[in-house]
Design a binder for this molecule. Structure first.
Ligand SMILES: Cc1cc2nc3c(=O)[nH]c(=O)nc-3n(C[C@H](O)[C@H](O)[C@H](O)COP(=O)(O)O)c2cc1C
Length: 240
């Protein structure tokens, strides 16, 4: 008699209590709008940090959150190279543009702070921790991430007022990080967009640190645009 191997595929049900979903919604996560956070990816064992980066997350139908990791980020390469499909991760919820900037350009400093604390008070209003599960998306160059939240730590109970300066700074930073992957047409326009956002910061805040950050993002954008144009947008010899 031929032996038939039967494999039972049991789809793991993710526990999702009403109150857990409500809490994620109260924190501002939704199914239709990206919520911008800073994510810290940790090695499976221990607490060593693999990567820190700003990331957009949306609420899924259950109690998990979903994000997209684009080719070009270190964590994208790490996942492809190691074949890892799950990592422990921490999510820092903050509206501080200085943290978002540091998570892109001062990673060593941010990593050090997150190594010391699950949820550093100086950076985060609320932290989530749990497992990040990865799968290759149908879209090319994207790895999707699904976060199952195990724990929520609240550091700041009071909300802060909305500031145009923070919003403009985070938006300008998003454009800056996209420059290397933009089409030449978009690259031509991005300096103008970032300049507009810089004006918005100057008009809505007198805080020196915000103005300095706006200047820094603007000058980095000009520099990066020049590099991109020189390397792949300008015809090598215009007279040909
Ligand atoms: C507010 C904000 C949101 C971002 N969201 C994403 C995202 O959802 N997915 C992504 O791959 N990169 C996103 N980025 C860009 C990465 O965070 C950025 O390129 C980062 O520096 C990559 O880290 P790495 O240099 O260690 O690879 C975002 C950047 C900002 C400022």
């Amino acid at each position: 008699m031929r032996r038939v191997r039967v494999v039972l595929l049991v789809k793991a049900e993710v526990m999702c209590r009403d109150e857990d979903r409500k809490l994620l919604k109260r924190l501002g996560f939704s199914v239709d709008t990206w919520g911008e956070v800073v994510v810290v990816f940790l090695e499976e064992k221990g607490n060593s940090v693999i990567s820190v980066m700003p990331l957009g997350l949306k609420l899924l139908e259950n109690c998990s959150l979903s994000g997209r990791l684009f080719r070009g980020s270190r964590i994208y390469d790490y996942i492809l190279n190691t074949g890892v499909r799950e990592l422990k991760c921490k999510i820092c919820i903050s509206e501080d543009p200085l943290l978002f900037y540091a998570a892109v350009y001062e990673k060593k400093k941010v990593t050090k702070v997150f190594k010391k604390s699950l949820c550093p008070r100086s950076y985060c209003s609320v932290c989530l921790s749990g497992s990040c599960i990865f799968s290759l998306a149908r879209e090319e160059d994207v790895i999707t991430l699904e976060l199952h939240v195990d724990r929520v730590v609240i550091r700041r109970a009071l909300p802060k007022v909305f500031t145009r300066a923070s919003a403009a700074l985070i938006e300008a930073l998003v454009w800056l990080t996209k420059v290397p992957y933009m089409s030449c047409e978009e690259v031509e326009k991005v300096v103008e967009w970032v300049e507009l956002l810089k004006t918005s910061v100057y008009r809505s805040s007198q805080q020196k640190v915000f103005k300095e950050l706006a200047d820094e993002i603007f000058s980095k954008t000009i520099e990066l645009v020049k590099n991109v144009e020189d390397s792949r947008c300008r015809p090598r010899d215009k007279n040909v």
